[in-house]
Design a protein around this ligand. Structure first.
Ligand SMILES: C[S@@+](CC[C@H](N)C(=O)[O-])C[C@H]1O[C@@H](n2cnc3c(N)ncnc32)[C@H](O)[C@@H]1O
Length: 313
């Protein structure tokens, strides 16, 4: 195992990645500054467009060099440069599998145009015929199962759509909010990406670590991680954030999977608890997602849901 695994490195990601210069990552998630004037500790987020595009190509190339042949590469980007990212990806030999829209309702209000309420998430792979896609780990019950009692329904559920609207932006009041970073991704969104495109013990790399969300989600899902950020302060704070997560027990990790399924099904604990049918579908989907040999004990699931319900009230 590379000695860089499970570390958060301070430095310029292009320099760090070019120094590593070998395929070590099974999965890369990159959420660069969008060049929209955000206030970061060290990075200046308002540069000339042509410089930003040239820089984007340089860091994407550096990432590709560190991606394993069967690896996946996700990039989050705003409207202004989404087209450039796609064109650069084509140029450097990545294959796009999905152009995902992350839609959120907790956006900034505007006075004279429509409020911006989405981010683009590109899902690329190195090899169009050889990649990890864990459909079982991200499945959700289909409408055929939930609404229509249709016998033709696939009992394993369905793969979610490419518009993701169940992951709220991280509000100031959320437990996971890291007040010291200006823009953090939700852990639930990173968990979906990691569950889809990597396996336990794989290496997940984030060249723009920020508050450390990718590494946090990687630990929750028993993956290895590498994070890089130019800010000493963000790196030190991330290391503290991760320390707490390294103590998660197997039971706590299972509860995280349960919470993830709740979010993905867009239902509250009380909604599931109020219907025997929903509870059975939920337990079945959790078993499939976690590859459990035996069905889960419904009483145990009910208890976890009740605990979650009381945490939320
Ligand atoms: C949009 S934020 C990432 C947020 C992260 N996804 C999260 O959930 O917390 C971008 C981060 O990239 C860092 N950054 C900017 N340029 C960088 C570079 N050349 N090398 C490494 N980090 C850089 C900034 O300090 C900032 O923390």
């Amino acid at each position: 195992m590379s000695k860089l695994q499970n570390s958060i490195i301070q430095g310029d990601c292009i320099e760090v990645l070019n120094k590593i210069n070998e395929p070590i990552a099974d999965l890369i998630f990159a959420d660069p500054p969008f060049n929209i004037g955000y206030k970061y500790d060290k990075y200046y987020d308002s540069v000339k467009s042509k410089n930003y595009i040239a820089w984007t190509k340089t860091w994407m190339q550096a990432c590709k060099k560190n991606l394993k042949p069967h690896g996946s590469f996700y990039i989050a980007i705003g409207d202004d440069y989404a087209a450039n990212v796609k064109m650069i990806a084509d140029e450097i030999g990545l294959t796009m599998r999905n152009w995902i829209i992350w839609h959120y309702t907790f956006g900034q209000q505007t006075k004279n145009k429509f409020a911006r309420s989405h981010t683009h998430i590109f899902y690329f792979v190195n090899d169009k015929d050889n990649f990890t896609f864990n459909d079982h780990a991200i499945g959700v019950p289909s409408d055929r199962q939930l609404l229509y009692n249709d016998k033709r329904a696939n009992p394993k559920g369905k793969i979610p759509d490419d518009v993701w609207n169940q992951y709220s932006r991280v509000c100031g009041t959320f437990n996971e909010r890291q007040q010291w970073h200006p823009c953090q991704m939700p852990e639930s969104l990173l968990r979906r990406i990691i569950m889809t495109s990597s396996n336990p013990k794989d290496c997940v790399l984030d060249p723009f670590n920020g508050s450390g969300t990718t590494a946090a989600a990687a630990i929750q899902l028993s993956r290895n991680y590498i994070g890089i950020d130019m800010s000493k302060q963000y790196v030190e704070n991330t290391r503290k954030r991760l320390e707490k997560l390294k103590k998660l027990t197997a039971g706590q990790k299972r509860d995280i999977m349960l919470t993830q399924l709740l979010i993905d099904m867009k239902l509250s604990p009380s909604e599931i608890l109020s219907s025997k049918k929903l509870l059975t579908l939920f337990a079945n989907q959790l078993k499939i997602r976690t590859d459990n040999d035996q069905p889960y004990d419904i009483t145990m699931i009910e208890k976890s849901l009740k605990d979650l319900q009381s945490e939320r009230t």
